[in-house]
Write a protein that binds this ligand. Structure first.
Ligand code: GDP
Length: 360
């Protein structure tokens, strides 16, 4: 499937409700919401609606934001370079940062006619602090700040969401050390504090440093630790029948054990990405050697749109709801009657003016 086929498929899915049906509304009193199905006898033309949407989306371009969480030197930059087959020129970071800093960089990539504005956010200095909270709190704050910026744009009178650079994180690649033991407390604390805010995809980094049998046991151990600690990781969706089989089988391979490398090695008569050792080579794109291809397929080819959608409909929606409730907005009154938005705003302004009066 090409990228524009994927876009077309997604749009067809979301337009699944298009039918030749109408809602009968004979009078205000007699309101029947069941649509009446009609046959159309000739070509009308609205069947081109998905194509119109595909063309518009292609013109507009897409944006995708990845957050890489993992300690310094675990292989984050190498994996991102390998995933997108380019050199993002990220400078090597040191282990001696006093604080965790989130470094975001945006790039424009193009594959055939599809333009992608890709933002990579790196956690510089993660895991180098003695205080664990000092490691994950800046990440939580960063994710919330991107939701807040989007909310502020939505609340503006003159909104420009059409050309707004959406910086909300769509996928968080969480890099786990290939220790073969168990998750570190920092990993559990961090994933637990992020799981309601972002789609977490855990990966076992540098999987060439762990043996095959140890890796299988490690994967089982990690998944059971995540479950027993109530950490929700992103599940590839299985409700769309065209991808449900591949997605449910891939859910069974999580966390993906990955190897990254931009080094090209000659194998037979072709060049492959690999890591070379005195005893042999580890091929990045060989599924018998690691799960790199599985990760790339799932993250980029199959579920990029779902990750974007989940970010908006699940994680951002939760942030927005909590934020508006915190500000005193309600959908229903204490008497269980619907509250109109205008009443909410009037009440909110009233509260604000009351506070101002108290202050003066
Ligand atoms: P970052 O600080 O997390 O961005 O880590 P880097 O991507 O800069 O990698 C740090 C070091 O680990 C480099 O020497 C890489 O060549 C090496 N490295 C990266 N990926 C792998 C891998 O999959 N396996 C092994 N063995 N080494 C890797």
């Amino acid at each position: 499937m090409t990228s524009s086929d994927v876009a077309r498929h997604t749009i067809y899915q979301s337009l699944g409700g298009i039918k030749t049906c109408s809602t009968s509304q004979s009078s205000k009193e007699e309101k029947d919401d069941t649509p009446r199905c009609l046959n159309i006898t000739g070509h009308v033309g609205f069947e081109s609606l998905p194509d119109q949407l595909v063309n518009r989306s292609i013109q507009q371009g897409f944006c995708f934001n990845i957050l890489c969480v993992g300690e310094t030197g675990i292989g984050k930059s190498t994996l991102i370079d390998t995933l997108f087959n380019t050199n993002f020129d990220d400078l090597e970071s040191s282990h001696f940062h006093p604080n965790v800093r989130l470094k975001a960089q945006t790039y424009e990539l193009q594959e055939s006619s599809v333009r992608l504005k890709l933002t990579i956010v790196n956690t510089v200095g993660f895991g180098d602090q003695i205080n664990k909270e000092a490691s994950y709190q800046p990440i939580v704050d960063y994710i919330d700040a991107q939701f807040e910026a989007y909310l502020q744009e939505e609340l503006k009178i003159k909104r420009s969401l059409f050309n707004y650079h959406d910086s909300r994180i769509h996928a968080c690649l969480y890099f786990i050390s290939p220790t073969g033991h168990s998750l570190k407390t920092l990993d559990l604390l961090t994933m637990k504090s992020l799981d309601s805010k972002v789609n977490i995809i855990p990966v076992i980094a540098k999987a060439d440093t762990i043996s095959k049998t140890e890796l299988q046991k490690f994967k089982i151990k990690l998944m059971s630790e995540l479950v027993s600690n109530g950490v929700q990781i992103y599940q590839f969706p299985t409700d769309d029948e065209t991808i449900s089989q591949i997605n449910s089988s891939m859910n069974g391979h999580l966390p993906f054990a990955v190897v990254g490398s931009m080094e090209e090695v000659k194998l037979g008569n072709k060049m492959v990405k690999a890591r070379q050792y005195p005893w042999g080579i580890v091929q990045v794109e060989n599924e018998n050697h690691c799960d790199f291809v599985k990760l790339r397929e799932m993250l980029i080819c199959t579920n990029m749109e779902d990750l974007r959608e989940q970010t908006h409909t699940r994680h951002y929606e939760l942030y927005r709801r909590c934020k508006l409730e915190e500000m005193g907005f309600k959908d229903v009154s204490p008497e269980n009657k619907p509250v109109r938005s205008l009443e909410n705003i009037q009440r909110f302004v009233g509260l604000f003016l009351g506070q101002e009066e108290q202050r003066s």
